[in-house]
Design a protein around this ligand. Structure first.
Ligand code: AMP
Ligand code: MG
Length: 347
């Protein structure tokens, strides 16, 4: 079970922010720490890397992020995704990065039976999650816009994408994870052996901390400020999706969040409050955190049992914690959750 892999995609790659605790830890005095911060892809990014090569490597990392944002932005009129979204059925050539990310997102859409769907953009936009002009679309409008979605209608061939008239893409559910994965590869190529990249709550690590111990990540409590536990990890991605990241409260008193169920066109209404996926591939973790948030507990567990190749840490709306056996030893709940049964999922 455990060695099954999601698809055969190569090692391609949100959340209300994961809060980090003790990440910088106690490095040896001789190891230089370098940091970079930027706002891109609609979120704050914070990079920390160690060693002599880190300074120049981080400068390049920032340039890469700016470059990928300019390819994938839904609002930048010069981006490839903007061009695709205004192509009126004509093919739009794609860069290798965009093609890889879109191909992966489409494959994952198939594997998650459409829980992930990069064609959900018209609905994300109608609910106001792009321009922050939040509104509740009518049933009629939702039905009409749903006819403009469906990942299986996207044609990706000859390094170009063709969308039927009116359809639009949003790579927001997997783009930050892919960014983390590509940046980790870049840092490793530059000789960096220890780094922590916080991409708006998507965490990507290169190696362990400089002192050789694991990074300690606080996993955000979806119900209030602070974390519900600490996860120790190294050289992998840890990606969280949850409703608390972006949401609004409607006139009816209901909370509407930014992760939509492509089957209904409405905010996902599962029994999960937060989904954290841990794995080698940042893009896989990001795609799955969104998809499993939509699927809910039972289907999410089935997905893990079927494919494996990743670990997960789930918080239900009832405040129950579920985790896979691979991370049992690495997770410590906060005091207020320590009395509670932690459900361990075994393959
Ligand atoms: P994440 O924060 O990674 O869970 O991704 C959420 C973002 O992906 C949202 O802000 C939307 O832009 C987009 N999105 C929302 N629901 C879906 C979905 N079911 N499939 C694909 N993208 C989605
Ligand atoms: Mg995601």
């Amino acid at each position: 079970m455990r060695n099954k892999r999601f698809l055969s995609f190569s090692a391609l790659t949100a959340a209300f922010s994961l809060c980090l605790s003790g990440c910088a830890g106690s490095q040896e005095a001789s190891v230089q720490e370098h940091t970079a911060e930027l706002f891109a892809m609609g979120t704050y990014m914070n990079f920390t890397a160690y060693g002599e090569q880190a300074d120049a490597a981080l400068d390049e990392a920032v340039s890469h992020v700016e470059e990928w944002e300019s390819l994938w932005s839904v609002t930048d009129e010069n981006s490839e995704i903007y061009a695709a979204n205004h192509s009126h059925g004509r093919p739009v050539p794609l860069s290798t990065e965009t093609e890889n990310l879109l191909r992966f997102a489409l494959e994952m859409s198939g594997q998650t039976q459409g829980a992930l769907d990069p064609t959900i953009y018209p609905l994300v936009s109608a609910w106001g999650f792009i321009d922050q002009e939040y509104r509740i679309p009518s049933d009629e409008e939702i039905q009409e816009l749903l006819s403009l979605t469906g990942y299986e209608k996207v044609a990706l061939e000859n390094h170009a994408v063709t969308l039927p008239e009116g359809m639009q893409l949003d790579l927001g559910a997997a783009g930050k994870g892919y960014t983390g994965e590509l940046l980790a590869d870049h840092l490793k190529e530059q000789g960096v052996t220890s780094a922590l990249l916080d991409i708006g709550g998507n965490i990507q690590m290169v190696g362990p901390k400089p002192d050789g111990t694991k990074w300690r990540l606080g996993i955000r409590n979806p119900f209030e400020d602070g974390s519900f536990g600490t996860l120790e990890a190294q050289d992998c991605a840890v990606v969280t999706s949850g409703g608390y990241e972006r949401y609004f409260t409607g006139g009816d008193g209901t909370t509407y969040w930014h992760i939509l169920d492509p089957a209904t066109g409405r905010p996902a209404d599962s029994d999960l409050a937060s989904v954290t996926i841990i794995g080698d591939s940042g893009v896989l973790c990001d795609a799955l955190s969104t998809a499993i948030f939509v699927m809910g507990l039972e289907e999410g567990i089935q997905c893990w049992e079927t494919y494996g190749g990743f670990d997960m840490l789930l918080m239900t709306l009832d405040g129950e914690i579920y985790l896979t056996e691979g991370i049992e030893e690495n997770f410590t709940p906060e005091e207020e959750f320590s009395e509670q049964t932690i459900h361990v999922m075994e393959a």
